[in-house]
Every structure is written in structure tokens, then in C-alpha cells.
Design a protein around this ligand. Structure first.
Ligand SMILES: O=c1ccn([C@@H]2O[C@H](COP(=O)(O)OP(=O)(O)O[C@H]3O[C@H](CO)[C@@H](O)[C@H](O)[C@H]3O)[C@@H](O)[C@H]2O)c(=O)[nH]1
Length: 327
């Protein structure tokens, strides 16, 4: 299938591109990437452009005869979304509507959308099923939920087939060490902890140790980025007119901030000093997926089930690329 990956030079998108190409799909990456991230895009597959440039998107869809879109491009920091919501509504809502309009004009009716467990807010029941109420507690989660609603409406009105994949915490790096996680600025826990191991930071801050969790620190469901990529492929292959998939992508088990730091100490052999800091605004105490629906519908199982193996793959990338993509 001919597939356009919006934001395909980013962390999850680049891993999905690799998996799709491996399975014989024709991949095009549409991205307004930074110089260094060119290394994350397969040779000759890049179309440079902005999500807000609807005409450029239409051109890409038409010229490459795209049959389906995967949409990864978004601002994705929970904390920043609280302090700078304007950026989040602009990029994640306005930008995505521009993409959906371009698809509508050109007649592309299949989309796999990167949604998030942040759409659930503070869940009533953990592990979280897809039946949980969606009541985000930060702007990031709201912007993703808005698009989930738009897709349901587009599917109903225009017959689109879509999958909203609610990622839990994407982590790890490709097994061959060629691509990995490099955000600017970096705010994600695992890369930050590994930067301490690399000597790039003095210590890691633990954002709150007084949460109602077993050790007082926040619990998250860390899912390997290659497992996310495999789920995208499976979802793409299921899309038909009117398909509506809303699925949690997680492993089904959680790790606390302290457990992640401990796993990093074990894998790297470094002491990794940690200091307790105040809670970060917008953080729910525990987010763990009930991923049985995705396992069933996509016939998909995560291969990495332990935080240790996820950290190992991330450490492989960080050791080889201490400056990330170098920009
Ligand atoms: O220096 C740090 C960074 C993070 N944390 C904690 O570590 C956990 C994980 O944080 P982070 O890696 O920033 O991920 P989340 O805030 O959980 O958000 C990620 O996971 C979401 C789903 O929950 C995705 O949708 C977002 O895109 C992605 O940023 C949270 O409890 C943070 O409070 C720290 O204690 N210290």
C-alpha cells in the first residue's frame, strides 16, 4: 500500500516507517524535520512540508497516489501543554484538521492516528480499558481527544476507516541501533535517566514521591516503540470503509519512576543519582493499559514485556548516539 507518514521522521513515525517498508509497503515521510533527523528517514522517501500547509499536503497525497495516512506529527509534552496550550491546540488540532481537509479533497479515506492514554485523564479503573471515560486533565490529552471525535464524525459522515491508537509510554529504540528517541528538549523519563548515566546530567529528578502508588512515584506502562510500530502495521491492514478502531497500546503492566531508574542503573552499571522534586502539573498517578482488545483485534502482542529489555534497547541507541541525531 502507498502510505504517507506525517511526522514520519519523529520517534514513533521513524520506527513505523522501518516496519512498513520491511513489509513491502511504499512509504513516504511528510515532515518539517530538523537537519539531524534526516538520518531517521529512509533514503529518497522524504517530502519536506508543514502540517499547516494544506496545499502541500494535497500535492503529496495526489502525486504519490497515497492510499492511507499515518499521522504522528504532534506536540507531545504533557507538562509543556499545561504552560503553553496555544502551541498544542495549534499544532495538534488546527494542524490535524488541515491534514484531514487535504485528505478529504484528494479522497484519501484511511488514517491511523497517534492518540494517547492521556485522553483518559485520571482513570476510575486501572488497568484502563477502552470503555473508561475519556476526561483529560491536560491540554495535550484534550487536543488528541478532539481529533478522536473528529475522526469518528468523519467516519460516520464520509465513510472513512480509521484507527485511533492510544499509546501508553513509547520507549526503547530499534534493535539494530540505527534510530532511537531524541526529542528537543528532552523531557521523557528514560532518555533523561540515560543521560545521567552518560554523564550529560548530574542527576534525575523524581517528580513527586507522594502519589497514591506502591512506592509513591508515578506508574506508567512503558511500551517498546517497535511494538507500537508493529501495531500500526496491523491496524493499517484492517482498515476498510467505515472501520472505527479505538485501541489501547500498552503492555498491561506498569513501572514506577523509581523502578525505571533502578532498571537503568542495572542495565548501565552507573549509580544514577536521583533527587525528589515537586510533582509535575498534569501528571496522573498511574496509567496502565488493559491491552486485551488490541491483542485480540490486531492479533498483536508486544514482544518487549519487561522494563529492563526496553531500557537495554534505549541504552544501545544512547551509547552509540550520545548527541542523539546531533541537532
Ligand atoms: O525528569 C523526569 C521526567 C519524568 N518524570 C516522571 O516520569 C513519568 C513519565 O514521564 P514522561 O516520560 O514525561 O511521560 P508522560 O508524561 O507519562 O507522557 C508520555 O506519555 C504520554 C502517555 O501517558 C504520552 O501521550 C506523551 O506523549 C508522553 O510524553 C511521569 O510520571 C513523570 O512525572 C520524572 O519523574 N522526572
Amino acid at each position: 500500500m502507498k502510505v504517507l507518514l506525517c511526522g514520519g521522521a519523529g520517534y514513533v513515525g521513524s520506527h513505523a516507517a522501518k516496519v512498513l517498508m520491511h513489509e513491502g509497503h511504499e512509504v513516504w515521510v511528510y515532515d518539517n524535520l530538523s537537519e539531524g533527523h534526516r538520518a531517521a528517514v529512509p533514503e529518497g522517501r522524504l517530502i519536506e512540508g508543514d502540517l499547516h500547509d494544506r496545499l502541500a499536503l494535497e500535492r503529496a497525497l495526489r502525486e504519490k497516489q497515497i492510499e492511507a495516512v499515518m499521522h504522528f506529527a504532534a506536540s507531545c509534552y504533557v507538562g509543556v501543554s499545561v504552560t503553553n496550550p496555544a502551541e498544542y491546540y495549534h499544532n495538534n488540532v488546527v494542524g490535524t484538521l488541515s491534514l484531514l481537509e487535504a485528505m478529504r479533497y484528494v479522497g484519501v479515506k484511511r488514517i491511523v492516528f497517534s492518540s494517547t492514554c492521556a485522553t483518559y485523564g485520571v482513570p476510575d479503573v486501572v488497568p484502563i480499558t477502552e470503555a473508561e471515560k475519556q476526561s483529560p486533565i491536560n491540554p495535550y490529552g484534550f487536543t488528541k481527544l478532539v481529533i478522536e471525535h473528529a475522526l469518528a464524525d468523519y467516519s460516520h459522515a464520509y465513510g472513512w476507516g480509521y484507527a485511533a491508537l492510544r499509546y501508553f509510554n513509547a520507549s526503547g529504540a530499534a534493535a539494530d541501533g540505527t534510530i532511537g528517541e531524541d526529542h528537543d528538549p528532552e523531557t521523557h523519563l528514560i532518555p533523561l535517566v540515560l543521560e545521567v548515566a552518560l554523564g550529560k546530567r548530574k542527576n534525575v529528578k523524581i517528580f513527586g514521591d507522594d502519589y497514591p502508588t506502591p512506592d509513591g512515584t508515578c506508574v506508567r506502562d512503558y511500551i517498546h516503540v517497535d511494538d507500537l510500530a508493529a501495531a500500526h502495521l496491523a491496524a493499517l491492514e484492517q482498515l476498510e470503509d467505515g472501520t472505527q478502531l479505538k485501541l489501547n497500546l500498552g503492555t498491561g503492566s506498569g513501572a514506577s519512576v523509581l523502578e525505571v531508574i533502578e532498571a537503568c542503573r542495572h542495565v548501565t552499571g552507573h549509580a544514577i543519582p536521583a533527587v525528589v522534586a515537586p510533582r509535575r502539573e498534569g501528571d496522573p498517578p498511574a496509567l496502565v493499559a488493559d491491552a486485551r482488545e488490541a491483542n485480540r483485534v490486531l492479533n498483536w502482542q508486544p514482544q518487549h514485556k519487561e522494563i529492563g529489555s526496553i531500557v537495554e534497547s534505549a541504552w544501545g541507541w544512547h551509547q552509540k548516539h550520545p548527541e542523539g541525531y546531533g541537532d
